[in-house]
Design a protein around this ligand. Structure first.
Ligand SMILES: *Cc1c(COP(=O)(O)O)cnc(C)c1O
Length: 423
């Protein structure tokens, strides 16, 4: 459920007509619903009610400061993959002590930044990274809290580009090498072992891959305890899917209850571990829509095109992942015929489309809205074709807040320098 609904044939964001927002702020335009965002956070928090759990929002899904600020106010933590994301979390008022640092290529500078900020845990993805973290911590005379990201070699049954838990993926440490790495870590003076982590992919629509991974890792955890290595947390990553068309992904409480049920026998033997989740998409995707305008229609021999003012630079998900995202009209247009349209953008690439073969009733000047656009859309946007980045609006009931202003042309070359005349 979200707060983008029709009232008398017209799409609203909470209690503001989308048409009015488009008129005020222009198109293309990202619009987020505060109530939807908070509802999703609440669903995770309630799933953990009375249990020792921590929700760490995956910042990369949508890293707008105001969104991070709202989430920080809910008391949740953050999963980051770069020093830039850590800086954003802190700038938004987030608590660095609730930050988990994931990612395969942490630089020395990023490790130092995270240690000085006092983050909760590094998710270590390789033996070399462990050595590097230990060395940086020793230089700073600090102790680095770590968990290993273990690759459990399970099939997340999702798109290959967003599947991360198979042997052939670049992520994590192979489960066969895990015990050895934990033993090495235990001998390091500037390393403190905290937990174990996996993240097997994104847009998972079933619980079973999580359970398969937990089954694999339970065996490893027993081995660790057998050799005197104790943990304080287990991090099952993010990846919970959302509904883009007909998917029916599990709810947060279904996932978390299933995880606890699978872990019950382990917790009986070794004591309860804190359970961490790192949701990105499931918190923010359906809290956003992407609104754009039909500039032209074009009926070629066997194709109808709706040419819109939004390109793959604004939202690359359809081009990059062949992602299906639902496109709806902002207002009914009874005078237009229903046709099958490819919804395409202005960027000079054949791969520049927002949707293919969509049944729509539209005419030039009409507004379209794309549902599920809160995650991995504006966060992945670029200036390709020298297109300024869109404005982003957060709606709270009848109030609209500009949380990112539209870029100007000057913004496009703000960091560029002309050569001096002599050169
Ligand atoms: C991307 C990512 C997430 C979030 O994934 P979602 O599918 O958006 O929930 C969580 N953890 C790690 C390590 C990630 O890379």
């Amino acid at each position: 459920m979200d707060h983008f609904n029709y009232q008398k044939g017209e799409l609203y964001a909470e209690n503001i007509p989308v048409k009015q927002l488009a008129a005020t702020y222009g198109t293309p335009l990202y619009i987020y619903s505060k109530a939807t965002l908070l509802r999703h956070v609440q669903a995770f928090k309630e799933a953990f009610a009375g249990r020792n759990g921590l929700v760490c929002y995956a910042v990369k899904a949508n890293s707008n400061l105001a969104i991070l600020q709202l989430l920080a106010k809910q008391g949740i933590g953050f999963d980051i993959v770069s020093g830039g994301e850590l800086a954003r979390v802190i700038a938004a008022g987030g608590d660095p002590h609730k930050v988990i640092f994931s990612g395969v290529a942490k630089t020395e500078a990023e490790i130092e930044q995270a240690l000085l900020a006092g983050i909760y845990c590094f998710n270590v993805e390789s033996a070399q990274e462990l050595d590097r973290i230990n060395a940086v911590a020793a230089r700073l005379n600090l102790v680095a809290p770590i968990s290993f990201r273990i690759n459990p070699n399970v099939d997340a049954k999702t798109h290959p580009y967003i599947s991360t838990g198979l042997k052939e993926n670049k992520f994590g440490i192979p489960i066969e090498e895990a015990l050895g790495e934990y033993q090495r870590a235990q001998t390091m003076r500037n390393i403190k072992i905290k937990g174990l982590d996996f993240h097997i992919g994104s847009q998972l629509t079933q619980i079973s891959p999580y359970i398969d991974a937990i089954k694999e890792l339970k065996r490893l955890i027993r081995q660790l305890y057998g050799s005197g290595i104790q943990l304080t947390h287990l991090d099952i990553g993010g990846g919970l899917g959302v509904t883009y068309s007909v998917e029916a992904p599990p709810l947060p409480n279904e996932l978390i209850n299933a995880a606890y049920a699978e872990l019950a026998d382990l917790f009986e033997d070794v004591g309860t571990l804190q359970l961490i989740v790192e949701p990105g998409r499931s918190i923010v995707a359906n809290a956003g829509i992407f609104v754009y305008k039909v500039e032209y229609t074009k009926d070629n021999l066997d194709k109808n095109f709706a040419i819109v003012d939004a390109g793959m630079n604004d939202n690359i998900r359809p081009s990059l992942y062949n992602a299906y995202m639902n496109i709806i009209t902002v207002e009914e247009n009874p005078s237009a015929d229903i046709k099958l349209y490819d919804v395409v953008g202005p960027v000079c690439e054949t791969g520049d489309f927002q949707g293919k073969s969509r049944q729509l009733r539209l005419a030039p000047g009409d507004l379209l809205a794309m549902r599920g656009s809160g995650a991995y859309c504006s966060a992945m946007s670029s200036n390709y074709n020298s297109r300024p980045k869109c404005a982003e609006i957060l709606v709270d009931d009848e109030k609209a807040h500009v949380i990112c202003q539209r870029e100007t042309y000057e913004d496009l070359w703000r960091n560029e320098h002309l050569l001096d005349e002599a050169s």
